[in-house]
Design a protein around this ligand. Structure first.
Ligand code: IPE
Ligand code: IPE
Ligand code: MG
Length: 246
């Protein structure tokens, strides 16, 4: 039986989030500059986007650039921004052909204006697509997101729009960048690192975590299938007992 055939279509994760890590090490292994890794990482993005759309996964969120990644050497940041623009231009057809809507989360105001403009353009062009939502986390940091949520809610409290005793989880959800997305079901991180690196801290409260040693540029549709097959073997108890679940 093929890997893909082992996936149960009725128990697909509704939301997969991926920390795409290992581009630099992938390039170094072949004696190349880090930029070469990032270029090849963009190819892996196409594989997972297509793979998820074909399977019927409704939401895919990719961590492309963290708030902390601004501290990398200036040249690397520039390369990443340049690659982002060229990928967006190149991938618009894949998005349209597969009926995928592009969204972003993160502090977009910190991005170079060219990147910002290209993003807004692709989001506008794909906004009516309904097969899958592809969210790119750009200049994203979960702590920064939570700070912005607290600020927004505080202002509403001050202006008597929300009363403090009514603040609950759903109000917090409504103020997150991810307000239109369900909680993450499956979080994947490549490259062997087993940490979250400031990604979706609130939203992964009950996500299944999947770590693989594969470096991001090598990540293929088969790797995606392995992750989903593993996810489907897990028993998600959400605090209950095993007997209550079955
Ligand atoms: C992931 O690969 C891409 C970004 C964080 C932008 P890295 O660039 O972190 O690659 P490694 O971890 O150094 O191998
Ligand atoms: C996390 O990768 C951010 C992205 C994949 C965009 P990093 O490579 O920046 O994470 P750390 O610094 O190793 O935790
Ligand atoms: Mg890394």
């Amino acid at each position: 039986m093929s890997l893909k055939a082992q996936i149960n279509d009725n128990r697909l994760p509704k939301h997969i989030a991926i920390i795409m890590d290992g581009n630099g090490r992938w390039a170094k292994k072949q004696g190349m500059a880090r930029a070469f890794g990032h270029e090849n990482g963009a190819k892996a993005v196409r594989q997972v986007v297509e793979g998820c759309a074909e399977l019927g996964v409704e939401n895919l969120t990719l961590y492309a650039f963290s708030t902390e990644n601004w501290n990398r050497p200036k040249l690397e940041v520039q390369t990443l921004m340049r690659l982002l623009i060229s990928s967006l231009k190149k991938e618009i057809k894949t998005l349209q052909d597969n009926h995928i809507k592009l969204c972003t989360i993160g502090n977009l105001s910190t991005l170079p204006s060219k990147v910002h403009k290209e993003l807004v353009d692709v989001m506008e062009k794909t906004k009516l697509n309904t097969r899958m939502t592809l969210t790119i986390a750009l200049s994203y940091g979960s702590r920064e997101e939570l700070v912005s949520v607290i600020k927004e809610i505080s202002i509403k409290v001050k202006n008597n729009i929300i009363s403090p005793e009514n603040i609950d989880e759903s109000i917090i959800n409504e103020h997150l960048y991810t307000r239109n997305l369900p909680d993450v079901d499956l979080l994947v991180r490549t490259s062997g690192e087993q940490r979250i690196s400031n990604f979706l801290l609130w939203q992964i409260a009950y996500a299944e975590l999947y770590f693989t040693n594969t470096l991001w540029p090598d990540f293929s549709k088969e790797d995606l299938y392995y992750a989903i097959i593993e996810y489907q073997k897990r028993e998600r108890r959400f605090g209950k007992t095993s007997e209550q679940i079955s």
